[in-house]
Unconditional design. Structure first.
Length: 225
Protein backbone atom coordinates (compact mmCIF):
# COMPACT_ATOMS: atom_id res chain seq x y z
CA UNK A 1 0.00 0.00 0.00
CA UNK A 2 1.35 3.44 -0.94
CA UNK A 3 2.36 5.73 1.91
CA UNK A 4 0.75 9.15 2.21
CA UNK A 5 2.75 12.27 3.05
CA UNK A 6 1.14 15.53 4.13
CA UNK A 7 3.24 18.58 3.15
CA UNK A 8 2.45 21.77 5.04
CA UNK A 9 4.15 24.92 3.76
CA UNK A 10 2.86 28.41 2.94
CA UNK A 11 5.54 28.78 0.23
CA UNK A 12 3.80 27.41 -2.85
CA UNK A 13 7.02 26.85 -4.81
CA UNK A 14 8.52 24.80 -1.98
CA UNK A 15 5.33 22.79 -1.54
CA UNK A 16 5.08 22.09 -5.29
CA UNK A 17 8.73 21.02 -5.50
CA UNK A 18 8.36 18.61 -2.58
CA UNK A 19 5.11 17.24 -3.97
CA UNK A 20 6.73 16.46 -7.33
CA UNK A 21 9.73 14.81 -5.70
CA UNK A 22 7.77 12.50 -3.43
CA UNK A 23 5.20 11.59 -6.08
CA UNK A 24 8.06 10.60 -8.41
CA UNK A 25 9.31 8.38 -5.58
CA UNK A 26 6.01 6.55 -5.27
CA UNK A 27 4.28 8.40 -2.44
CA UNK A 28 0.75 9.74 -2.31
CA UNK A 29 0.98 13.44 -1.43
CA UNK A 30 -1.45 15.87 0.15
CA UNK A 31 -0.65 19.54 0.69
CA UNK A 32 -1.80 22.29 3.04
CA UNK A 33 -0.95 26.01 2.80
CA UNK A 34 -1.65 27.01 6.40
CA UNK A 35 -2.09 25.68 9.90
CA UNK A 36 -5.86 25.30 9.81
CA UNK A 37 -5.72 23.29 6.58
CA UNK A 38 -2.98 21.17 8.13
CA UNK A 39 -5.11 20.32 11.18
CA UNK A 40 -8.04 19.36 8.96
CA UNK A 41 -5.98 17.16 6.62
CA UNK A 42 -4.04 15.58 9.48
CA UNK A 43 -7.36 14.07 10.53
CA UNK A 44 -7.12 11.81 7.48
CA UNK A 45 -4.19 10.09 9.20
CA UNK A 46 -1.26 10.45 6.77
CA UNK A 47 1.74 8.20 7.26
CA UNK A 48 4.12 11.15 7.71
CA UNK A 49 3.87 14.95 7.92
CA UNK A 50 6.40 17.51 6.65
CA UNK A 51 5.56 20.63 8.61
CA UNK A 52 6.99 24.11 8.05
CA UNK A 53 7.40 26.05 11.29
CA UNK A 54 7.38 29.61 9.96
CA UNK A 55 3.80 30.12 8.83
CA UNK A 56 1.53 33.13 9.49
CA UNK A 57 -1.36 33.01 11.97
CA UNK A 58 -0.84 29.44 13.20
CA UNK A 59 2.77 28.28 13.04
CA UNK A 60 4.03 24.73 12.77
CA UNK A 61 4.74 24.34 16.48
CA UNK A 62 1.15 25.24 17.36
CA UNK A 63 -0.14 22.88 14.68
CA UNK A 64 2.01 20.04 16.01
CA UNK A 65 0.78 20.52 19.57
CA UNK A 66 -2.85 20.44 18.41
CA UNK A 67 -2.65 17.37 16.20
CA UNK A 68 -0.55 15.24 18.55
CA UNK A 69 -3.73 14.38 20.43
CA UNK A 70 -5.00 12.38 17.45
CA UNK A 71 -2.00 11.84 15.13
CA UNK A 72 0.79 9.38 15.94
CA UNK A 73 2.70 9.41 12.63
CA UNK A 74 6.18 10.95 12.34
CA UNK A 75 6.22 14.76 12.07
CA UNK A 76 9.31 16.33 10.47
CA UNK A 77 9.76 20.07 10.92
CA UNK A 78 11.05 22.17 8.01
CA UNK A 79 12.50 25.47 9.13
CA UNK A 80 15.22 28.09 8.77
CA UNK A 81 15.62 28.28 12.55
CA UNK A 82 18.95 26.86 13.66
CA UNK A 83 19.25 27.65 17.39
CA UNK A 84 19.47 24.67 19.75
CA UNK A 85 16.66 26.07 21.88
CA UNK A 86 14.38 26.16 18.83
CA UNK A 87 15.14 22.50 18.22
CA UNK A 88 14.37 21.56 21.81
CA UNK A 89 11.04 23.39 21.56
CA UNK A 90 10.26 21.56 18.34
CA UNK A 91 10.98 18.13 19.79
CA UNK A 92 9.06 18.95 22.96
CA UNK A 93 6.05 19.97 20.84
CA UNK A 94 5.95 16.44 19.46
CA UNK A 95 8.18 16.62 16.40
CA UNK A 96 10.30 13.65 15.35
CA UNK A 97 12.97 15.32 13.25
CA UNK A 98 14.20 18.79 12.40
CA UNK A 99 15.22 19.63 8.82
CA UNK A 100 16.97 22.99 8.45
CA UNK A 101 16.48 25.00 5.26
CA UNK A 102 18.14 25.01 2.80
CA UNK A 103 18.37 21.23 2.70
CA UNK A 104 19.31 18.50 0.26
CA UNK A 105 16.14 17.04 -1.25
CA UNK A 106 17.77 13.60 -1.38
CA UNK A 107 18.72 13.80 2.31
CA UNK A 108 15.14 14.76 3.13
CA UNK A 109 13.92 11.79 1.11
CA UNK A 110 16.30 9.48 2.98
CA UNK A 111 15.05 10.76 6.33
CA UNK A 112 11.44 10.29 5.30
CA UNK A 113 12.21 6.71 4.20
CA UNK A 114 14.01 5.99 7.47
CA UNK A 115 11.16 7.29 9.63
CA UNK A 116 8.59 5.26 7.70
CA UNK A 117 10.69 2.09 7.98
CA UNK A 118 10.90 2.59 11.74
CA UNK A 119 7.13 2.95 11.93
CA UNK A 120 6.69 -0.33 10.03
CA UNK A 121 9.06 -2.11 12.42
CA UNK A 122 7.13 -0.85 15.43
CA UNK A 123 3.81 -1.95 13.99
CA UNK A 124 5.07 -5.54 13.73
CA UNK A 125 5.35 -5.80 17.54
CA UNK A 126 2.46 -7.76 19.04
CA UNK A 127 3.28 -7.69 22.74
CA UNK A 128 1.36 -6.73 25.85
CA UNK A 129 3.31 -6.62 29.12
CA UNK A 130 2.11 -5.99 32.65
CA UNK A 131 4.09 -4.42 35.48
CA UNK A 132 2.95 -4.66 39.12
CA UNK A 133 -0.46 -5.85 38.01
CA UNK A 134 -2.10 -2.43 37.67
CA UNK A 135 0.53 -0.89 35.37
CA UNK A 136 0.19 -2.00 31.73
CA UNK A 137 2.24 -1.16 28.65
CA UNK A 138 0.54 -2.06 25.37
CA UNK A 139 3.38 -2.06 22.84
CA UNK A 140 1.03 -2.71 19.93
CA UNK A 141 -1.31 0.21 20.62
CA UNK A 142 1.56 2.34 21.99
CA UNK A 143 -0.41 3.03 25.15
CA UNK A 144 0.25 2.93 28.89
CA UNK A 145 -2.45 2.30 31.50
CA UNK A 146 -2.60 2.42 35.29
CA UNK A 147 -5.59 0.80 37.01
CA UNK A 148 -7.38 0.78 33.68
CA UNK A 149 -6.88 4.51 33.03
CA UNK A 150 -4.88 5.68 30.02
CA UNK A 151 -1.76 7.73 30.76
CA UNK A 152 -1.57 10.18 27.82
CA UNK A 153 1.97 9.95 26.45
CA UNK A 154 3.21 11.67 23.30
CA UNK A 155 4.79 9.34 20.71
CA UNK A 156 8.38 10.13 21.68
CA UNK A 157 7.53 9.81 25.37
CA UNK A 158 6.10 6.36 24.72
CA UNK A 159 9.20 5.35 22.74
CA UNK A 160 11.42 6.19 25.71
CA UNK A 161 9.15 4.13 27.97
CA UNK A 162 9.19 1.33 25.40
CA UNK A 163 12.98 1.28 25.14
CA UNK A 164 13.72 1.40 28.86
CA UNK A 165 10.95 -1.00 29.90
CA UNK A 166 12.09 -3.55 27.33
CA UNK A 167 15.42 -3.82 29.20
CA UNK A 168 14.57 -3.40 32.92
CA UNK A 169 17.60 -2.67 35.06
CA UNK A 170 19.82 -1.83 32.08
CA UNK A 171 21.47 1.58 32.08
CA UNK A 172 21.02 3.81 29.01
CA UNK A 173 22.96 7.03 28.53
CA UNK A 174 21.09 10.08 27.21
CA UNK A 175 23.15 9.85 24.02
CA UNK A 176 22.22 6.20 23.50
CA UNK A 177 18.53 6.90 24.09
CA UNK A 178 18.63 9.81 21.65
CA UNK A 179 20.36 7.75 18.95
CA UNK A 180 17.91 4.87 19.40
CA UNK A 181 14.75 6.97 19.46
CA UNK A 182 15.58 9.32 16.60
CA UNK A 183 17.68 6.75 14.71
CA UNK A 184 19.04 9.48 12.43
CA UNK A 185 21.93 11.94 12.76
CA UNK A 186 20.62 15.15 14.28
CA UNK A 187 22.08 18.40 15.56
CA UNK A 188 19.59 18.52 18.44
CA UNK A 189 20.94 18.55 21.99
CA UNK A 190 20.44 15.37 24.04
CA UNK A 191 18.87 17.70 26.62
CA UNK A 192 15.62 16.90 24.85
CA UNK A 193 15.78 13.46 26.51
CA UNK A 194 15.85 15.06 29.97
CA UNK A 195 12.82 17.15 29.06
CA UNK A 196 10.89 14.13 27.82
CA UNK A 197 11.76 12.04 30.89
CA UNK A 198 10.64 14.88 33.15
CA UNK A 199 7.27 14.98 31.40
CA UNK A 200 6.89 11.20 31.58
CA UNK A 201 7.52 11.26 35.32
CA UNK A 202 5.02 14.08 35.80
CA UNK A 203 2.36 12.09 33.93
CA UNK A 204 3.11 8.94 35.92
CA UNK A 205 2.89 10.91 39.17
CA UNK A 206 -0.39 12.48 38.11
CA UNK A 207 -1.78 9.00 37.39
CA UNK A 208 -0.70 7.79 40.83
CA UNK A 209 1.85 5.20 39.75
CA UNK A 210 5.50 5.03 40.75
CA UNK A 211 8.13 6.76 38.54
CA UNK A 212 9.68 3.55 37.11
CA UNK A 213 12.40 5.58 35.35
CA UNK A 214 15.41 5.97 37.63
CA UNK A 215 18.14 8.56 37.09
CA UNK A 216 21.71 7.34 37.48
CA UNK A 217 23.47 10.67 37.96
CA UNK A 218 26.19 11.32 35.42
CA UNK A 219 25.34 8.15 33.52
CA UNK A 220 21.76 8.10 32.27
CA UNK A 221 18.48 6.31 33.01
CA UNK A 222 17.18 2.83 33.70
CA UNK A 223 13.80 1.16 34.22
CA UNK A 224 13.26 -0.03 37.77
CA UNK A 225 12.59 -3.77 37.90
Amino acid sequence: MDKTILIVDDEKDMSAMLKRYFELNGYLVQTAENGLQAIEKAGKQPDLILLDINMPDLDGLAVCRRIRDFVSCPILFLTARVEDRDKLIGFAAGGDDYIVKPFSIDELGARVDAHLRREERRQTKQVRTKFDGDFVIDYTAKEVYFKGELIPLLPREFEIVELLSSYPGQLFSKERIFEHIWDIDSDADVGVIMEHVSKIRAKFANAGTKPYIQTVWGSGYKWVK
